[in-house]
Design a protein around this ligand. Structure first.
Ligand code: SF4
Length: 331
């Protein structure tokens, strides 16, 4: 069992939105690239985003990077060892702080993740929605009381693992459960109804039309025009293509006349292009529908956007849909 606060931090952040079997390879890869706070703080943000590519929720990676710099400047490279100080690091909330403080530094802060919520909601038959702050507070206090004189790190890990492996979301292992005599959800036949589910999230639909400009740059060489996403929006600081966003899924017949990119597209009046079908990517609060308009040209283009040799794309952090599309296109 690891006690290294840096490693606990990285694993907790990766596992916030990712299942353990999907996250493990990313975790190992990330630690290989950035084995400690110092290495992470000294990297370029693009390298960090690249190592994170595919995990989504890129603000987590940007915050990891900022917090590593914060540890170097404010704590002289030493990982802070109190719950409050850990909470002050960029991107670390009470949950992650409790995990690090209890597992790495043995401090008595309960960790209440989805697994713990499910287990305690069933064991004590908690019937209010776990998305409500009051319910969470109640469960947090309950976990704190149960922790009492137990070693905090072991207690928290046992609670999380029990929820994940025994008190599972679907078909919990009640038949062989140590708590079956006390479990109120089992007694009242409510294991499938608890915890009370949150209301489903309303997702906003967005329609992305990507202009993929491929430029013949020499014998057997192709450049591709990339654009860094600098606005406060999804995939910030990752690279994609020229983008036109619309309110409807309809194909853009006159995309080259759109004011956003007309100056650039006017430089390549003779172009070969094809349009792909519409794809869909579901994010936590948005549905992204996207298609690609693939434009090939032999002309030189004057632009401030980077034109990257397709063999060098490896070093650019890309949103997962763009990465998948390029894998297919360049195969
Ligand atoms: S008896 Fe079933 S529902 Fe209750 S704690 Fe055990 S596994 Fe969970």
């Amino acid at each position: 069992m690891t006690r290294n606060p840096y490693q606990i931090w990285i694993s907790e952040i990766i596992l916030q939105q990712t299942r353990i079997n999907q996250g493990l390879d990313y975790y190992l890869h990330f630690l290989e690239k950035f084995p400690d706070v110092e290495t992470l703080a000294a990297a370029q943000e693009e390298q960090v985003l690249k190592a994170w590519q595919g995990l989504g929720y890129y603000s987590r990676a940007r915050n990891l990077y900022k917090a590593a710099k914060q540890i170097m400047t404010e704590y002289n490279g030493r990982f802070p060892d109190s719950y409050k100080e850990i909470c002050n690091l960029k991107g670390i909330g009470p949950y992650t702080s409790a995990a690090i403080a209890s597992i790495a530094f043995n401090q008595p802060y309960p960790v209440v993740d989805g697994n713990v919520i499910r287990f305690l909601s069933r064991l004590f038959r908690i019937k209010t929605s776990s998305s409500e702050a009051e319910t969470r507070k109640y469960i947090y206090e309950l976990a704190g009381k149960l922790m009492a004189d137990q070693p905090p790190g072991e207690f928290n890990q046992a609670m999380m693992e029990f929820g994940a492996l025994a008190c599972k979301p679907i078909v919990p292992l009640c038949g062989e459960c140590t708590f079956r005599e006390y479990c109120l959800a089992l007694k009242y036949g409510e294991t499938d109804r608890l915890p009370v589910k949150k209301k489903s999230i309303e997702r906003r639909d967005r329609y992305f039309h990507y202009l993929v400009i491929l430029i013949n740059t020499g014998v057997g060489k192709t450049g591709i025009l990339l654009r860094k996403r600098i606005k406060d929006d999804i995939w910030k600081n990752l690279f994609d293509f020229l983008l036109i966003e619309t309110d409807t899924p309809d194909i853009l017949e006159n995309y080259s006349e759109r004011a956003e990119w007309s100056g650039l597209l006017n430089q390549i009046p003779e172009r070969k292009f094809r349009i792909t079908r519409m794809y869909k990517q579901v994010l936590s609060h948005q549905n992204i529908y996207y298609r690609f308009y693939i434009i090939r040209t032999g002309k030189k283009i004057l632009t401030s956007f980077p034109i990257v040799d397709t063999l060098d794309l490896e070093s650019y952090p890309l949103p997962r849909p763009i990465e998948k599309f390029l894998e297919k296109l360049l195969k």
